[in-house]
Write a protein that binds this ligand. Sequence first.
Ligand code: G3P
Length: 219
Amino acid sequence: MGMKFFVDTAVTSDIAELYDYGLVDGVTTNPTLVAKSGRDFKGVIGEICQIVEGPVSAEVAALDHDGMLAEAQVLAAIADNVVIKLPLTLDGLKTCRILRARGVKTNVTLCFSANQALLAAKAGASYISPFLGRLDDLKIDGMALIRDIRTIYDNYGFETEVLAASIRSPNHVKEAALAGADVATIPPGVIKSLAKHVLTDKGLAQFAKDWADTGQSIL
Ligand code: G3P
């Protein structure tokens, strides 16, 4: 229980660092993030799965059902904690239904409407990924989508977890938590910035100065 944090990156050094802070419950990747990392896709997924026990989303590249299913088999064989990321298309939903029947976990991605999320839940998706930031880019209230999906899933007891994606700021994380998202997938820099507050820094500087003035040592 509790809100889970996934790291939205394919950079293993960032994942390992945040994991050591206890801030990583899972990882999400996508073709753009893999391209940015400059790494071999299957190799980097295997490496991430060795760092993190939690779910690691790896996205298919095929656009047709047969291709997606064949790629899913290859990706799922990399490690037990691989979650197959599928696009929210009719072929993606068909693939999701079959993987569900086979006991393979799925993350249905590129969700921009409550009806799309309803279809993913009906297909048995483990996670639905509504993209907040990209809706905000279009001046559409991304958080309203999270709230709508939460309500619809709760109305029917769907077990699909709401994974708030395309998070760009600490405020997105707060709002996703208020809206009852099960998971937020967050870029490494945004996760780190959650711990920051100007008054924390200011207060700490004052405490450090006053402590030095006492001339004492704890050790
Ligand atoms: O992993 C999918 C999502 O989080 C992408 O975010 O910032 O590219 O819209 P962004």
